[in-house]
Structure formats: structure tokens, C-alpha cells
Design a protein around this ligand. Structure first.
Ligand code: TNX
Length: 532
């Protein structure tokens, strides 16, 4: 008898271990950004063929989230999980009607998964955490034969900063609507909630403006290196805004000005700065008496530009037409943009006189305010008087960030030495710049927005944003190579309090994230700092 029992016990133990091995505790499931608290318990939840999603509460965002979850689970499991209000073993519950409280709770027991939040966004974030807790194969686009198990436990989570963004430059190289949606999908998985679209620059104007059609007929027709460029029609832009907003991401459109405006100046000769000299002998005319506010009699359009050098273009600050133009542009774009912010650029206006720059920024802020939006501008805008509530985006100059604080305005943190996704990882990186720094994964992770700029503290910080400039990015593969894995590091810097962030823990979790990216066919930089 003993002869049979011993091997039998052995088999049972082995089987048990195999099962145990598959489900590592919730704390080890590689969640990014790291939740505020995670408690393990010892059980296992299994998603099965007849699992169902129960929605408690009302709201189109909640229904979207439930459907989103069912759709994400379908390809790999092969299960068509129904969504309804009857009892189910995956429960999504909206417990309030707040849109600003992004906290959520996730409770996994042997029989049930429950996500609850006072906001629809919070429920969506709970779903993102849930998806990450499954085995990596859950992200497979084709059916996988495995047990879809989750470790039991509870998570209680909320973000440190309300603005967690990424910027995509669609000017230097135009990116298709599909690529932008792909970017949005990836942002959503990391709980990023603002997409800043850099829509205009010297090399291209990328958004249709019906009252100024030549912006796209002429100004959109090229890009860095001389490619064909492109632009979004207003319908396409609205489609992007909607796609993002379904995923709880708010689009922040940027029209960069008064510098970085060559594409507009190439489209409309009459916007170019200059002065009409008096007839006859003007050698004795006093410079102060020249009137720059009048349209030029023989205006010359700028040439289209396909290089990468910056800082050579400017709108005319004194010309009234400039402000009529900006008013039309801001009106048309804000009409299509439900979010509260409009980005006015304001960086690197090296050929705009200081006084003209200040006057320009103050006037443009007024136009944005007139259309009911709050301005964000690159840190140079803080050299002007900022309207209350306007935001300065720190990228280079600590002095400017301090100027914003002195005016009582908050600062959006995008330090180019940490958060710039277009910087090379090291000297061997196949694309990217290095003017600010080489940014390896640990460098992108190891900084604190609340202490980064001397004199600024947590209360001065509006949020965190990681920009991807695209001078060296020509396609989706390039985009993925530069953003992954660093965007995950920045997402954690923005979401998790400094006390929960830990590089050693992140190193382990990002390796697990890499497996999920592998399954989904996402290319990423295999940083030597990680044991992938
Ligand atoms: C600086 S950052 C710029 C961009 C460039 C970027 C390249 C900022 C506000 N201006 O125009 O694309 O460097 O890294």
C-alpha cells in the first residue's frame, strides 16, 4: 500500500507546486505604476468560460469600460464574456459621481473580482491594474490554452498628480491617426490621462483650419527630411479627441507661437513680419517711427522648411492681423476640444524682441481665456504676466519655473534631462538626440517632480508630462523604441508617491512588463539595466 501512497502524495505535492508556481502573489505581478497599497491573500481566482461582468451604476464611461474589459479578454481566452447588470463574478462598481477622484479599489477573492471607484476614470484604472495582474498571455491576439488565474488580494490606489501626460510631436514627422490611437492605447495602460498634441511647428501645420485653408494646402505639405507631411482634417481630429476621451485621456492641443511658426508664415505671406518703408528718401527715417502694425504692401511668404534647426521664425507681435489669425485658429480648435487646456507654445522665440514676446504672450492668453480655456505654455511664458491658473511647462530653465511660482502659477514638469522621450538612451542609441542628456531607464525613473527645481515644492507642481519630439522619429517602430520602457518610468513618477517608488522593485516589474509587451508585439529598448 505504502508503495502506492508515497508516489501519489508526491504527485499531489508536485501538482500543487505547479499550480502555485503559476500564480505569484499580487505584489509580484509586475504592476506599473505601482499601486499605493497591495495586500496579498492566499487564494486564486480563475476566469472561466462562463464568467461575466456585472456593472453597478450608470454612465456611458462605465459601460465603455466594461465593454473594453470584455474585448481585451476575448482574443486570448476565446471567451465572449457578457456584460450586464445581473450578478457576475467580475464586478465594476461606480460608487459616486465624482470625476476628479481617480482613486479605485480592486478586490480579488476566490470567487469574485471587484473594482470600485467614485469616478468612471477610477474604474477604468482598476481595469488596467486587473489586466496587468493576469498572466502576460492575456494580451495575446490569438487564443492561448492556459488557466486564466489571478492571485487574490486587495489593492487600494490613487494618483499623486492629477495631470499625467505625454506629448506627441506630429509636426516634425507627421504621424497617422492610427499611430496616434496606438499611442493613446499605450498611455491608457499606464494610467496617463493627458495627451498633448504638438500640432504646429516650423516644419508643418497639422490641423485643418477652415477659415485659413492654406495652412494645410501649403503648410502641411512637408516634414523634416522633405517627406510628404500631412494633416488631420477636423473630422479626424475630433475622432482622435473622442478616442482619447473614451479612454479617459484629455487632448491638449498646442499651437506653438510666436516662434516655431514657419509653416504658417509659408502659407500666408501677409502674416510675415516687416515694415513698409516710406516712399522716397528714407535714409533719415527714425527707426522708432516705423509702423510695424500695418500689413505689408508686398508681403513675401516664407519658404517651406524641412530642417531641424530651431528659433528662426516669428509671428509679428505688432501686426493686428496676427491676432485675428490666432483668434480664428484658437476658436476653431477649441470648438473641437472639450478639455480645459490650450497650449500656446512660447518656446525658443529667439528672433522675437523681448517686449514683443511679452506683449504677444499676454495677448494670446487673453484670446485663449475668451474661448473658455486655460493656457499652458513652455517655461519661457513665465517671463510674461501669466493669467491666474495658467500653467508653465518646465523643460529647461529653472529660473522660469521660479518666475511662474512667484506669480502664483503652477508648473508642469517635463525636465528635458529626465522626461524627454526623444533623448538617446546612450551613445549607441540608433535614433534620438542628446542635447539635454543621455537618459537611461534608471535616470528617467530616479527623480522627484516635487523637489526637482530648487524653490518649488509639491504644491507648485501641476503634474508631469513626457514629450516625444519627432525630428528623428519617422514611424511607429521608432516611436516605440524611444518611448518604451521610459514612458512607464515617467508614468510611475507621475502616479506613485515618492515613498512608494523604488528602483529595484521597478527593475523587476518592468521586466514583467516587457513580457506583456512581447506578447502584444510592441518593440522596446532592452535597457541593460534590466534583467529582461
Ligand atoms: C527643444 S523643448 C524644443 C523642440 C525640439 C526639441 C528636441 C522645446 C520646448 N523645444 O522644438 O523638438 O528640443 O529635443
Amino acid at each position: 500500500m505504502k508503495r502506492f501512497i508515497t508516489p501519489l502524495i508526491g504527485l499531489v505535492i508536485l501538482g500543487f507546486q505547479a499550480c502555485q508556481e503559476k500564480v505569484s502573489p499580487l505584489t509580484e505581478s509586475g504592476l506599473i505604476p505601482v499601486p499605493v497599497t497591495i495586500t496579498n491573500s492566499n487564494g486564486v481566482f480563475e476566469l472561466v468560460e462562463n464568467s461575466s461582468i456585472q456593472v453597478i451604476g450608470e454612465g456611458s464611461g462605465l459601460s465603455f469600460t466594461a465593454q473594453y474589459l470584455a474585448e481585451k479578454l476575448q482574443p486570448s481566452t476565446g471567451y465572449s464574456i457578457p456584460v450586464g447588470s445581473e450578478s457576475g463574478n467580475i464586478v465594476l462598481e461606480l460608487t459616486g459621481s465624482s470625476s476628479s477622484d481617480e482613486s479605485y479599489e480592486l478586490e480579488i477573492t476566490d470567487n469574485q473580482v471587484k473594482i470600485s471607484s467614485p469616478s468612471e476614470a477610477g474604474v477604468f484604472y482598476g481595469v488596467q491594474t486587473l489586466l496587468q495582474a493576469f498572466p502576460a498571455e492575456i494580451f495575446s491576439k490569438t487564443k492561448v490554452d492556459t488557466k486564466w488565474v489571478l492571485p487574490t488580494g486587495t489593492i487600494s490606489d490613487k494618483p499623486e498628480y492629477g495631470y499625467r501626460g505625454s506629448m506627441l510631436d506630429v509636426t516634425r514627422h507627421f504621424l497617422s491617426v492610427e499611430d496616434v490611437k496606438h499611442y493613446i492605447d499605450e498611455m491608457a495602460t499606464l494610467k496617463l490621462n493627458y495627451l498633448h498634441l504638438h500640432l504646429t511647428d516650423d516644419q508643418g501645420w497639422r490641423i485643418e483650419i477652415k477659415s485659413w485653408p492654406k495652412l494645410t494646402e501649403i503648410g502641411a505639405q512637408t516634414e523634416v527630411g522633405g517627406g510628404e507631411g500631412g494633416f488631420y482634417t477636423q473630422e479626424e481630429y475630433k475622432d482622435i479627441v473622442k478616442y482619447a476621451s473614451d479612454r479617459f485621456i484629455t487632448v491638449v492641443p498646442e499651437v506653438d507661437m510666436p516662434g516655431h511658426t514657419n509653416a504658417a508664415l509659408a502659407s500666408y505671406a501677409e502674416l510675415n513680419p516687416g515694415v513698409n518703408l516710406p516712399d522716397g528718401d528714407y535714409s533719415t527715417v527714425n527707426e522708432q517711427e516705423l509702423d510695424y502694425s500695418m500689413p505689408l504692401k508686398n508681403p513675401q511668404a516664407a519658404e517651406l522648411y524641412t530642417g531641424t534647426k530651431v528659433g528662426f521664425s516669428t509671428f509679428s507681435s505688432k501686426l493686428e492681423l496676427t491676432y485675428q489669425f490666432i483668434d480664428d485658429v484658437v476658436r476653431e480648435i477649441t470648438e473641437m476640444t472639450p478639455g480645459p487646456y490650450f497650449h500656446i507654445g512660447g518656446d525658443e522665440s529667439h528672433v522675437t524682441e523681448k517686449d514683443d514676446y511679452v506683449y504677444f504672450i499676454e495677448r494670446v492668453q487673453g484670446i485663449v481665456e475668451k474661448y473658455g480655456k486655460t493656457s499652458i505654455g513652455w517655461d519661457e511664458v513665465a517671463t510674461s504676466n501669466l493669467l491666474p491658473g495658467n500653467v508653465a511647462q518646465f523643460w529647461a530653465m529653472a529660473d522660469n519655473a521660479q518666475l511662474a511660482k512667484e506669480q502664483g502659477n503652477q508648473v508642469l514638469m517635463s525636465p528635458s534631462t529626465k522626461a524627454y522621450l526623444d533623448m538617446q538612451y546612450d551613445s549607441l542609441s540608433r535614433i534620438g538626440y542628446n542635447w539635454a542628456a543621455y537618459i537611461e531607464l534608471d535616470s528617467a525613473y530616479l527623480w522627484d517632480p516635487a523637489t526637482f527645481v530648487e524653490g518649488l515644492g509639491k504644491a507648485d507642481i501641476f503634474g508631469v508630462e513626457a514629450p516625444l519630439w519627432t525630428e528623428t522619429v519617422t514611424n511607429r517602430e521608432d516611436m516605440e523604441y524611444l518611448i518604451f520602457p521610459r514612458i512607464a518610468a515617467i508614468a510611475e513618477v507621475a502616479w506613485a508617491p515618492a515613498s512608494s517608488r523604488d528602483w529595484v522593485s521597478f527593475q523587476k516589474r518592468i521586466a514583467l512588463m516587457g513580457k506583456k509587451w512581447d506578447v502584444r508585439g510592441i518593440g522596446y529598448y532592452k535597457s541593460p539595466k534590466v534583467n529582461w
